[in-house]
Design a protein around this ligand. Structure first.
Ligand SMILES: [Zn+2]
Length: 401
């Protein structure tokens, strides 16, 4: 690179940096901010700020939002994010119900669709993801800023390749490339548990935590780890893969080839099996009666049986808490993170489950560290990974928030 090329590249870099800084400052003021205040807050000159704001307005990312009350003299014009001028497309293919959403620049879901696909695998699972995305693209009322895909499995988020997603039958699937080729928009792929951790950090109770762990317990069990407000992927992108941590010596075989993995004893599928087995053994238990009358998920019936102090249900939930507690204790000992969120349908089992996890953690971790850790259920709903995916796109494309 020649000196002049180098200078030009540096100038371009500085300009991009300043642009992101100005956009970030505008984003932080939901009710609008004046150009003079942006200059004061960023340390940039008024001329530079005016030029950048002009470009952002031209791009449609920023708009004028009226005037501030006058402090004597001409009242300053306020500028704010033009939140509906771009949309983020989020897709979640990690459950048997695919979900997709169009999300505005403030992280608000403008439109959400649910596609019940059942247990699809391989190309069929991919085709269903395309169909869902096609539908949302057709409905987008503004240009799409980028596409965020939440998927199960071990993923390289830089290359956007799914190395292995057992439940989808995907091996070395170049998900990012396939979506970029089809839609021509920036695409970001991440593991569903990682997306939930991002959602917790950006929109949930985790907003006040610098570090947090989000544990998703559903068909599979995975963890998203946030350190210093950044997702931590690990050297091989497998950070938080606690689903295949062995918690029962010589336990039942797992799809991964080992025995007694956490997923074998604590995934929702495993819990359903345990419920069926318990009913078979004691057909006249309260649990059996509640499952028979619930009609819907047997998980919610188990939660109800626990609330009514059914001894079989209490023993099941306490064993579940012990197994999850082994993994949580390992996370606490290694990372010393105070904010731990459980996410997923196991929320239906209520505080008895959390108490059992906490009891196991206290047995395995230094008392002081255990006591300082808050283990709670996430308050986020079923669209958490969609929100996380939109937060990922927003941060990658625009550097926000
Ligand atoms: Zn396993």
């Amino acid at each position: 690179m020649s000196m002049s090329q180098h200078r030009k590249a540096t100038r371009q870099h500085t300009k991009e940096h300043n642009m992101r800084l100005v956009l970030k400052t505008i984003f932080a003021h939901e009710k609008g901010v004046s150009r003079a205040d942006i200059a004061r807050l960023t340390g940039l000159t008024r001329a530079t700020v005016s030029e950048i704001v002009g470009e952002l307005v031209e791009q449609g990312l920023v708009e004028e939002k009226g005037v501030a009350p006058s402090m004597g003299g001409k009242p300053p014009i306020l500028v704010g994010i033009a939140q509906n001028n771009r949309l983020i497309l989020s897709v979640d293919v990690s459950n048997d119900e695919y979900r997709g959403a169009l999300v505005n620049l403030r992280g608000e879901i403008v439109l959400e669709t649910v596609l019940p696909v059942g247990h699809l695998q391989g190309d069929k699972a991919l085709e269903a993801a395309f169909a869902l995305t096609d539908d949302l693209i057709a409905k987008a009322s503004a240009p799409v800023l980028g596409l965020g895909i939440s998927t199960p499995g071990l993923i390289d988020p830089q290359e956007g390749v799914v190395y292995q997603a057992v439940n989808r039958g995907w091996v070395d699937l170049p998900l990012k490339r396939l979506f970029v080729e089809r839609y021509g928009t920036p695409v970001f792929v991440a593991n569903d548990s990682h997306m939930i951790a991002l959602a917790e950090l950006s929109f949930g109770d985790g907003q006040t935590c610098s570090n947090l762990v989000a544990i998703k317990v559903s068909e599979g069990i995975g963890t998203g780890i946030v350190l210093n407000r950044q997702l931590f992927f690990g050297d091989g992108f497998g950070a938080g893969e606690i689903g295949h941590l062995v918690v029962v010596e010589n336990g039942a075989p797992c799809t991964c080839g080992n025995r007694g993995c956490l997923e074998v004893v604590a995934s929702t599928r495993a819990i359903e099996q345990q419920i069926q087995e318990a009913i078979r053994q004691v057909p006249d238990s309260l649990l059996a009666a509640l499952v028979a009358s619930s009609g819907s998920s047997s998980l919610s019936a188990l939660g109800e049986a626990v609330r009514q102090s059914d001894p079989i249900a209490l023993e099941m939930v306490s064993a579940l808490g012990r197994h999850l507690g082994v993994a949580v204790a390992a996370l606490i000992s290694v990372l010393n993170i105070h904010c731990i969120f459980f996410y997923g349908p196991i929320r239906q089992l209520g505080t008895s489950l959390l108490e059992a996890v906490q009891a196991e953690v206290r047995r395995r971790v230094l008392r002081r560290m255990a006591n300082a850790t808050r283990i709670v259920f996430s308050a986020l709903g079923e669209d958490a990974s969609l929100l996380g995916a939109s937060a990922l796109v927003l941060s990658q494309v625009l550097g926000l928030p």
